[in-house]
Ligand binder design. Structure first.
Ligand code: NAD
Length: 529
């Protein structure tokens, strides 16, 4: 079926694509499994050559990529370039450099009690990985997990969001341009129904980025077959500003962190706590900075449009509820005055909020920034942690010691001191949320390893007929007890350890010598005596 796609803000037609019917899901998996046979056996370096070609194709086509992302989401072109194209190019470069190390077999130590053996960990591809991605960063949240899964030798089926489907078409074209073998990456175009069919077809791994609600549905479905998953979910990220912070920097960061991509960022600043002595000054400066932002869709504008009309209802409900409960709208427009179908929301700074309001507890995912004062460090930590989410947080202070102290008490998957959001852009750091922020992580070495089956291996030469801890146990309890005492006790007693160990060895060797004689079961002995 042909699917006509419109610009979210202007409504003009921006392209079309062929929808993948759910009935084709089995064909996709069959092709992915066929491609897996050869792709998984390629040496890592050969797979990385394809990823390098993909990176070069991305750089070559970046203007087109930016245009498609921007048209599909209403994102400012500069933002599409910085937060999508740059993020993906850096992530692929990182994979090219790190994958040989991250995925190589790693020798590990073996305890002395297993003397003579060696141990290692091996990473092997899982099979067919399903990547389900959202609309807010449709390029990076698709391309990065796909690239990590492919580096590990898996084949991938990607289902991008139905809200920004042309980005999926673009990704398909980039992979074709990079020359990937047939079936290594397949893009399935469709919505929830197709996503459900893909999950039910039992992939070997699911990497999901999206809402908490869908994440829970997918996890429940995956649990039926114990399919491993990574869930990258929502956020309600706090920003804690202490009185000693560089206020100008904190204000500039707050407007960018809360309003870039019109606040449709999982790691958006969704609530700010400001220490009381600087609260008034901070709020005044924040309002001034927000008023200066330029709205439109040129590369020189700051704020684009909302992407998904339904999201406006959530934003309106949070703001209206807060205002009804006594909050104050310092900048922006009251939701009752929004024009029907108008997707450019003005940045809204909301004061006089309380911690129990939806605007402080639920993910708003729009250009809304509630600000609240606090008095003590302890109070700030408690307020920040008082959330069902735990994706990211930022702490602003000129005392880095305090910043680190606060961060170590925050229940969060990511944290930044005197900056925000950027952990997702550093591919050396694992990325993932805690609580309802998500399960598991990707990026960094762990990102590539997650997409692999990890096999822990121990090797013995096979020379001896039996191990000291094998049957028969006769006479072994005491030497084992002495071994435990001498090795793991208060102080290590090497002579005692060796004595016990040699005793156990000798018992095993005696057992070896007697092994040729037939064993008489104990109860038989009793019966015959
Ligand atoms: P969503 O959950 O509606 O959809 C995400 C993807 O899942 C889409 O491709 C969708 O078609 C698919 N899907 C929906 N229902 C499905 C089902 N039952 N079975 C299988 N697939 C299904 O999310 P969204 O609205 O596209 O994205 C916004 C959400 O994503 C926000 O909550 C945001 O915080 C979160 N997000 C998280 C991160 C992160 O890294 N943690 C990043 C970006 C966005």
């Amino acid at each position: 079926m042909t699917w006509v796609v419109k610009h979210p803000a202007t409504g003009e037609t921006i392209g079309s694509l062929q929808e993948t019917p759910p009935a084709k899901v089995n064909d996709l998996y069959r092709e992915a499994k066929e491609a897996f046979a050869a792709w998984s056996r390629l040496p890592v370096r050969k797979r990385l050559n394809y990823l390098r070609a993909l990176r070069l194709a991305i750089v070559e086509d970046m203007e087109d990529i930016v245009r498609v992302i921007s048209q599909s989401t209403g994102k400012i072109p500069t933002e599409a370039l910085v937060t999508e194209v740059m993020a993906v190019a850096e992530a692929i470069l990182h994979i090219e450099k790190r994958a040989p190390h991250a995925l190589k077999t790693k020798k590990v130590k073996t305890p002395i009690t297993f003397i003579g053996k060696t141990s290692y960990v091996e990473y092997k591809p899982r099979g067919v990985v399903l990547v389900l991605s959202p609309w807010n960063f449709p390029f990076q949240l698709s391309a990065i997990p796909v690239a990590e899964a492919l580096a590990g030798g898996n084949t991938v089926i990607l289902k991008p969001s139905e809200i920004s489907p042309l980005v999926g078409v673009l990704i398909e074209a980039l992979f074709a341009k990079a020359g990937f073998p047939k079936g290594v990456l397949q893009v399935a175009h469709g919505g929830k129904e197709l996503g459900t069919a893909l999950v039910r077809a039992k992939p070997d791994y699911i990497h999901f980025t999206g809402s908490v609600r869908t994440g829970k549905i997918i996890q429940a479905e995956a649990a039926k077959h114990l399919i491993p998953t990574t869930l990258e979910l929502g956020g309600k990220d706090p920003m804690i500003v202490f009185a000693d912070a560089n206020l100008e920097r904190a204000v500039n960061a707050a407007v960018w962190g809360a309003f870039s991509n019109s606040g449709q960022v999982c790691m958006s600043v969704e609530r700010i706590y400001v220490q009381r002595p600087v609260y008034d000054e901070f709020v005044t400066r924040l309002a001034q900075a927000a008023e200066c932002l330029r709205q439109g869709n040129d590369p020189d504008d700051d704020l684009g449009s909302m992407t998904f009309p339904t999201q406006l209802n959530i934003v309106a409900s949070h703001v209206k509820q807060a205002l009804e409960q006594g909050a104050r709208l310092l900048t922006g427009e009251h939701p009752d005055t929004w024009q029907e179908g108008w997707m450019f929301l003005k940045p809204m700074i909301v004061t006089n909020v309380t911690q129990d309001m939806d605007i402080m507890q639920e993910e708003t995912f729009g250009p809304v920034l509630p600000v609240m004062p606090f008095d003590t460090e302890e109070e700030a930590i408690q307020l920040a942690n008082d959330s069902r989410f735990g994706l990211s947080a930022s702490v602003w202070t000129s005392d880095i010691g305090r910043g680190k102290r606060v961060v170590s008490r925050l229940v969060t998957g990511n944290a930044v001191i005197n900056d925000l959001i950027i952990t997702i852009a550093n591919p050396h750091l694992p990325y993932g949320g805690v609580k309802e922020g998500g399960l598991g992580a990707y990026h960094a070495d762990i990102g590539m390893q997650t997409f692999c089956v990890r096999t822990s291996v121990m090797v013995d030469s096979g020379r001896w007929n039996r191990e000291v801890h094998w049957f028969p146990y006769a006479g072994k309890f005491l030497p084992f007890a002495n071994l435990v005492r001498s090795f793991w006790g208060r102080s290590r007693n090497w002579p005692g350890f060796l004595r016990s160990y040699l005793q156990l060895l000798s018992l095993s060797r005696t057992a070896d010598r007697q092994a040729s004689k037939p064993l008489m079961p104990t109860h038989d002995k009793q019966l015959h005596s």
